[in-house]
Design a protein around this ligand. Structure first.
Ligand code: RIB
Length: 301
């Protein structure tokens, strides 16, 4: 079973010609209110390609209209949501601008996401069949303790280092890698993480290879170039992306992570799971919004 420990947001999305620079204001004709949050996106991506009741989320929402609609959305998508807790803070909110090329800039108001505690995961039946998924939008120490708990029970941990936090400590990164089986980063996050560990490079391949030296498998997602996996034993492999014209790349990385988790949950060979996750991430870029075009099991094949 897949357990996502993470964030739930409502995304307020404005489409612009170009993303504003500091001090600049740009106008957009309208904005949309969509479902998001890296944790929720990963859980929805996993649930859409999984058999029923195989993907659950542990998360916090506010006792407000955004929280209720986010919970309803999880249920509609088949995510097991009985460990989603309402707290006194408002539901997390992401302020997103998307430009004409489909690139985005995101500011997250954490709200309820900051209230998640490791104890919330203890009601989940963790065992050797658990594939747990973490990101960086909820308190790190709570995530780390749950990851260690999952590994102690023989389960596997996928950790998506997104967003890479500027003030993250090297010691924390070492702890994170020590509790992780598969570390997933984009090119920039790979370089930031490797730099934190003392490997100064602007080449994401070198960064990925260096990160895998810590003992976990490092996967670098690289947009149109697909994904590169660096195994701790030294070998590497690449899965190519579909040739698409992206409409909106928001949530592509989350789709990759959720579908990769499903591949592990269904005991697919890693190379097949990697290719399938890359294909899903490509398909997810064909519509506006993080979750709109995440593929179903039938569509992905
Ligand atoms: O990865 C995309 C997500 O990042 C958005 O849905 C937004 O909520 C932010 O968390």
């Amino acid at each position: 079973m897949i357990l996502v420990f993470g964030s739930i947001n409502i995304d307020l999305v404005a489409r612009v010609v170009s993303i504003p620079r500091p001090g600049e204001t740009v106008l957009s004709p309208r904005y949309e209110t969509l479902f998001g949050g890296k944790g929720a996106n990963q859980a929805v991506a996993a649930a859409r390609v999984s058999l029923p009741h195989r993907a659950a989320i542990v998360a916090c929402i506010g006792d407000d209209a955004f929280g209720q609609s986010a919970r309803d959305n999880l249920a509609r998508n088949g995510v097991v949501d009985n460990l989603v807790t309402s707290v006194a803070e408002p539901t997390g909110c992401a302020f997103i601008t998307v430009d004409e090329r489909g690139e985005n800039a995101i500011t997250v108001g954490s709200g309820a996401n900051a209230s998640i505690r490791e104890a919330a995961a203890q009601s989940f039946q963790v065992d050797a069949a658990t594939v747990a998924v973490f990101q960086m939008e909820v308190p790190f120490l709570a995530s780390l303790n749950v990851a260690r708990y999952v590994r102690a029970a023989g389960g596997r941990v996928i950790w998506n280092f997104a967003p890479a936090l500027p003030a993250f400590a090297a010691r924390d990164l070492s702890d994170l890698l020590g509790a992780t089986d598969i570390f997933v980063v984009n090119e920039h996050e790979a370089i930031a993480a490797a730099t934190l560990l003392g490997c100064k490079t602007d080449d994401f391949r070198k960064a990925g290879s260096h990160l895998s030296g810590s003992g976990c498998l490092c996967v670098v997602t690289a947009g149109a170039q697909g994904a590169f996996a660096f195994h701790p034993e030294g070998q590497s492999e690449r899965a190519e992306a579909e040739p698409i014209r992206p409409v909106d790349t928001t949530g592509a990385g989350d789709t990759f992570v959720g579908v990769l988790a499903n591949g592990l949950d269904e005991a697919m060979p890693f190379t097949s799971a990697l290719k399938r996750a890359v294909r899903a991430a490509s398909l997810a870029c064909l519509a506006h919004g993080a979750q709109a075009d995440m593929p179903t099991r039938e569509r992905l094949g």
